[in-house]
Structure formats: structure tokens, C-alpha cells
Ligand binder design. Structure first.
Ligand code: HEC
Ligand code: HEC
Length: 391
């Protein structure tokens, strides 16, 4: 009897410990960062509301757009996530291999308003087209809070250490602040801050112009045609007198306070897999952890994030031929691997169905690492994949 009671006591203790641990990390994808203040939570809620809103022509949607709301493309497995859609970019590569913008843009939106006459046109001279998959936004505030110096310290553009890996920081001018910054968002690390990405996405994905991106996307159509299609005065995103915020401020707040994706089950095999991941050199680019700098928000102040990325540009031979921001045609930013099990398909263009396939596609700078991966024993490779499935 006493023995049974003691066992029951131990079980209760275990359950209580488990509860305490899970209270510190987010339980489900889409939760706000643990430990934010009530005021920050309000901003997060307001942001979530705008993020999930479906916009109409009278709100400024169009003439060219890819989606009617942020959540249309960022919703799997929860709002802020990814989705199976891809969008289209294009351009012209000349005989010397130089990239040129055609039709005033590299992004060609899929839909148009008020009707088909306003549809984007890919100019006939375009000889490069590329697909891009959405990137989940979980943990976006943590990524934004990583100091530029941290990313600059990771770069090795001239491969001085001779390991064949030459990550490059994408130094750009941040449109919202006018400051020179290290880009870390987007497949080309083309943007440094969540506010600028909000402005960019509102205009380029939805056609809703704002203070950061005040011009309607051209999508290859003539200015005269654009004047016929676009009747609203820019910028279309105005300050809401009730809250004193623009929609782009609300998107920013939602993403800033969105927690990192929750980790899956960690088994013994997963632990071994993580060691294999480091031993073969995946961590040369998929850097396990980074630390945020000093931050006005305590929830983002000097926090460790396990994003498994250096947020630098690399050439893997998977590049999409588009020059964008500081990124050259064949450079792609190392994607964060957190939340990997929660999203499909993989790679920038959604062309890989599984993590194993994504890994097989790594060439270029990753060739040495992939060689070591291929030489690893079958159980080691299986453990590595189990580790990826736990992210
Ligand atoms: C039509 C689909 C679509 C819509 C609508 C959309 N996005 Fe995205 N989002 C994407 C794609 C595709 C990417 C990758 C873009 C790239 O790098 O070329 C992306 C990337 C992002 C990123 C970069 C994340 C990272 O970690 O690198 C942010 C931030 C973002 N979107 C925010 C937004 C916001 C805010 C809205 C609404 C104003 C929005 N998106 C609307 C498809 C969409
Ligand atoms: C030289 C830098 C580098 C190395 C080394 C590297 N990766 Fe990557 N990884 C990248 C880049 C860049 C991409 C994106 C490529 C693309 O989308 O075209 C990527 C994509 C991925 C993806 C798909 C993620 C997604 O969101 O689509 C997985 C999974 C992955 N890597 C796992 C690994 C594993 C496992 C290793 C070690 C065997 C490894 N990587 C080594 C840079 C690297």
C-alpha cells in the first residue's frame, strides 16, 4: 500500500515537472512569446487581427496582388506559418550572365482587380523565372533582435578558413529606417526588419501601398494602364484614429511577439542525430543557436534562439537566378530549420518534398558537408533525419 502511494507521489511529481517545463516554452505554434507584458500582448492581439483580415478593393487591395491577406499565405500549421502556395519572379539574364530587371519589377503577381485588363504581364524578353515559397514567421522578433555584428562575425566571404564555405552577410539599406543593416528576412536576406517586410508585403503581395512602400507594384504593365486600373490615392494604409497605428505597425507587432515554433519530441535517436548534424558540418551554416542583443522588450532581451541558421547568403547550386537586395543570382539565405516538421514543401521554390530530398539537393558550398553526410553510416544518417523531424 505504502509502496503504491509512493509511486503515485512520484508520478504526480513527474507530471508537475512536465507542466512547469511546458509553461516556459510555447505549447503550440502561433502562441505569443512567453513572458511578454500585458501591453505587448495587446499589440500582438491587435496585430493578429489585422494579419488575419481579408482585404477588399475599397481597402486598397490590388490592382495587382498575390493574396487578399497575410494569413492567406502564412497559416500552416497556425496563423503566422507557411502554406503550399508559391509566387513567381522573373528577369532577364544577358549573354554575359548579367541580371536585368524587366517590366519594372522581378515579382509578377497572380491576380488583378478590378478585372483581367490589370493582370501582370511577364515581358517576352524575360528568360529567368523562379518560384518562391512562403517562409513561416514564428520567432520573427527573436531573429530581428539578433545584432548585425553577430551575423557579420559569422561571415567568411573569401573563405579564409578554407572549408569551402563562404557565407556572406546581406548588407542593405533598411527602407523603414534608412539605416545600413544586415538583411536576414526573405530567401535572399533582402530585408532587415519586420516593419520593412510588413510594408513590402502589404504593397507587393496585396497591392496596399503604405509609407514604407508608397508605389503600386508595376507587374510589367504600362503606366497608362496602371492609371486606369488604380483609382485610389497612395498611400492606402492610413493611421487608424482609434489605435494610432497603421496596419503595417500591427503586422510588425504580431510577428515581433510571435513565439518560436515548439520543438517536437526529443528521443535518444534525436540526440544522436543532433551530434551527427554538428559532426558532418551542417552547423557551419545551420548555426544551432544565436543570442539576441539588448532589447527594450524583456521577452526579446538577450535571449537564446535555436533557429539553426546563420542568416547568411550561400551558393548551393540551388539558386534561382534572381538578383535581389545584396544577393547575387545564385545565392540563397540559409533557412532557419526550427519548425521544419511543421512545413512542407521545402527549399526556396518548394521543390523538395522531404528533408532528405532537401539535403540531397545541397551542392556548391555545402559539397564537402554532404560528402561527409553520405559517408556516414546508415544509422547515423537515420538519426540525423530523426533530428530534423524533431525540429
Ligand atoms: C501570396 C502569398 C503571401 C502573402 C499574401 C504574404 N506573404 Fe509573406 N511571404 C510570402 C513568400 C512567398 C515569402 C518569401 C518571399 C521571398 O523571400 O521571396 C514570404 C516571406 C515573408 C517574410 C519573411 C520571413 C522570414 O523569416 O524570412 C515576412 C516577414 C512576411 N512574409 C510577412 C508578411 C506579411 C506581414 C504579410 C501581409 C502584409 C505577408 N507576408 C503576406 C508569401 C506571402
Ligand atoms: C553551405 C551552407 C549550408 C550547409 C553546409 C548546409 N545547408 Fe542546409 N541549407 C542551406 C541553404 C542556403 C538552404 C536553402 C537552399 C534553397 O532553398 O535553395 C538550405 C536548406 C536546407 C533544408 C530545407 C529547409 C527549408 O526550409 O526548405 C534542410 C532540411 C537543410 N538545409 C538541412 C541541412 C543539413 C541536414 C545539412 C548537413 C548535412 C545542411 N543543411 C548543410 C545552407 C546549408
Amino acid at each position: 500500500m505504502r509502496g503504491t502511494l509512493a509511486l503515485a507521489g512520484a508520478a504526480t511529481l513527474l507530471i508537475l515537472t512536465a507542466l512547469r517545463v511546458s509553461a516556459q516554452s510555447p505549447a503550440v505554434a502561433g502562441d505569443p512569446l512567453p513572458g511578454i507584458t500585458p501591453r505587448e500582448f495587446q499589440e500582438f492581439r491587435l496585430g493578429l487581427e489585422d494579419f488575419r483580415e481579408v482585404e477588399e478593393a475599397s481597402d486598397g487591395l490590388g490592382p495587382l496582388f498575390n493574396g487578399t491577406g497575410c494569413a492567406v499565405c502564412h497559416n500552416v500549421p497556425a496563423i503566422g506559418g507557411s502554406s503550399p502556395m508559391t509566387e513567381l519572379r522573373g528577369g532577364f539574364r544577358d549573354a554575359d550572365g548579367k541580371f536585368h530587371i524587366v517590366g519594372g519589377t522581378t515579382l509578377f503577381q497572380m491576380f488583378s482587380l478590378p478585372d483581367h485588363r490589370c493582370q501582370a504581364v511577364i515581358p517576352a524578353e524575360a528568360n529567368v523565372v523562379a518560384r518562391r515559397a512562403p517562409i513561416p514567421l514564428f520567432g520573427g522578433g527573436l531573429v530581428e533582435a539578433v545584432p548585425d555584428e553577430t551575423l557579420l562575425a559569422l561571415e567568411d566571404p573569401f573563405d579564409r578558413d578554407g572549408d569551402g564555405i563562404s557565407g556572406r552577410a546581406a548588407v542593405i539599406v533598411d527602407k523603414a529606417t534608412g539605416q545600413r543593416r544586415v538583411g536576414r528576412f526573405g530567401w535572399k536576406a533582402q530585408i532587415a526588419t519586420l516593419l520593412t517586410f510588413s510594408g513590402d508585403a502589404y504593397t507587393n503581395e496585396m497591392g496596399i501601398t503604405n509609407d514604407v512602400f508608397p508605389d503600386e507594384p508595376r507587374g510589367g504593365i504600362s503606366e497608362a494602364r496602371m492609371r486606369e486600373c488604380d483609382r485610389l490615392k497612395d498611400p492606402e494604409d492610413r493611421v487608424d484614429p482609434r489605435t494610432g497605428k497603421r496596419a503595417i505597425d500591427n503586422f510588425e507587432a504580431f510577428m515581433k511577439f510571435l513565439a518560436a515554433p515548439p520543438r517536437g519530441t526529443i528521443t535518444d535517436e534525436v540526440r544522436i542525430g543532433e551530434q551527427v548534424f554538428a559532426a558532418v558540418g551542417c552547423t557551419s551554416c545551420h548555426v544551432s543557436t544565436l543570442t539576441t542583443g539588448a532589447n527594450a522588450s524583456a521577452a526579446l532581451d538577450r535571449k537564446t534562439l535555436a533557429a539553426f541558421s546563420d542568416f547568411l547568403l550561400h551558393e548551393l547550386g540551388t539558386g534561382d537566378g534572381i538578383e535581389q537586395g545584396a544577393a547575387e543570382q545564385d545565392e540563397i539565405r540559409t533557412p532557419a530549420l526550427w519548425g521544419l516538421r511543421l512545413r512542407r514543401p521545402l527549399l526556396h521554390d518548394g521543390s523538395a518534398a522531404t528533408p532528405a530530398e532537401a539535403v540531397r539537393r545541397h551542392g556548391g558550398e555545402a559539397s564537402g558537408v554532404i560528402e561527409r553526410y553520405n559517408r556516414a553510416t546508415e544509422p547515423m544518417r537515420r538519426a540525423l533525419l530523426a533530428f530534423l523531424d524533431s525540429l
